[in-house]
Design a protein around this ligand. Structure first.
Ligand SMILES: [Zn+2]
Length: 335
């Protein structure tokens, strides 16, 4: 996939059908933070909503799914309360959607539910309103309702701006073997690390260890080849991978660090949370992952891929891979 062409950059703005994406949405998309925070979390800000949603996680998906809004089928347009403001004789107001000033940012997970969340530019060109369909309050009449008055309020309400939490996405039997009461050792100081490494007699202390960053932002270590989900005690993490240390005059520093975890498949954008945990423990470390890995799941054959050389193509079926992290897409079956 040609990412540059797909993003359709126009000056500094990324546009979908001529509408400039809010810069916050661009940032969330680019950093992989644009994600469904959980259907229960969504329901808190749109209590009328009853169907599960998938967030559209790249520009191509947003453009493709939004094509439906421009349907030529008049009966469908009326049923879904879609109108073209450009050719309308009067202003198009809620509960109608002005499809010339809107595109979709989330759509139904299950085919046939026909529900969505849209950005509605009638209120603002820079921080548009967020609206969602409502066919639950009155099943006979589809309506578009305000979720939040601005996109920034939407992102804040869903806490999309904090560090990303990675849920376990690996095989279930490995999860079952992990014990919630036996996590990796917390490292909050150089002394913690030094003492722990002294006890690791089963491996050379300069060989890589398993690490996770727990939800409190603390580095946790386990011996080489330990499962990350065991190191995390089955919890979600802010980061996971392999880490190597070297000692010089009694001081341990981090020499190599990756996001290599097939249990959590974290994105390289997890680095700030990883670096923060290392900083908090007072450990010198490289300025970024020394071995970053880009994980993607193929939407066609569901295979996990490791993207090499920016070649976003599935190694198994040849389908193009999304440009943003999607390893925990809701409803995605485990391999
Ligand atoms: Zn594939």
């Amino acid at each position: 996939m040609d990412r540059a062409a797909d993003a359709e950059p126009s000056g500094e703005l990324t546009r979908i059908r001529g509408l400039a994406l809010p810069s916050l949405l661009v940032k969330l998309l680019e950093t992989g933070q644009w994600r469904n925070p959980g259907d229960d979390v969504l329901r808190q800000i749109m209590p009328w909503f009853d169907d599960p949603l998938d967030f559209l996680i790249d520009y191509d998906e947003i453009r493709r799914e939004s094509r439906f809004l421009l349907t030529d089928d008049e009966a469908a347009a009326t049923m879904f309360r879609l109108k073209r403001g450009r050719t309308a004789t009067a202003p198009v107001e809620l509960p109608w959607l002005d499809v010339d000033l809107a595109f979709l940012i989330a759509t139904n997970r299950h085919a046939g539910d026909d529900v969505a969340i849209a950005l509605d530019y009638r209120t603002s060109t820079s921080d548009p309103r967020v609206v969602a369909s409502d066919l639950f309050t009155d099943p006979r009449q589809y309506a578009w309702r305000t979720v939040t008055p601005t996109f920034s309020a939407f992102a804040a309400a869903l806490n999309l701006l904090g560090p990303r939490e990675y849920r376990y996405v690996g095989p279930a039997d490995i999860f079952d073997q992990a014990r919630p009461d036996r996590r990796g050792h917390p490292i909050t100081s150089h002394d913690d690390l030094s003492a722990w490494l002294t006890r690791q007699t089963a491996q050379d202390p300069e060989e890589p260890f398993t690490y996770v960053i727990d939800l409190a932002g603390t580095l946790r270590l386990a011996p080489q080849r330990s499962e990350h989900v065991a190191c995390a005690g089955r919890e979600p993490v802010l980061g996971a991978g392999e880490i190597s240390f070297a000692s010089s005059r009694g001081t341990w520093t981090v020499t190599e660090i990756s996001n290599q975890s097939t249990g959590y498949c974290p994105d390289p954008s997890s680095w700030p949370a990883v670096a923060a945990a290392l900083d908090r423990a007072g450990l010198d470390h490289p300025p970024e992952f020394t071995h970053p890995i880009v994980f993607r799941r193929c939407s066609q054959c569901r295979q996990r891929n490791i993207v090499k050389d920016d070649n976003y193509v599935c190694a198994v079926c040849g389908n193009s891979l999304p440009t943003t992290w999607n390893m925990d897409s809701p409803g995605t079956p485990l391999p």
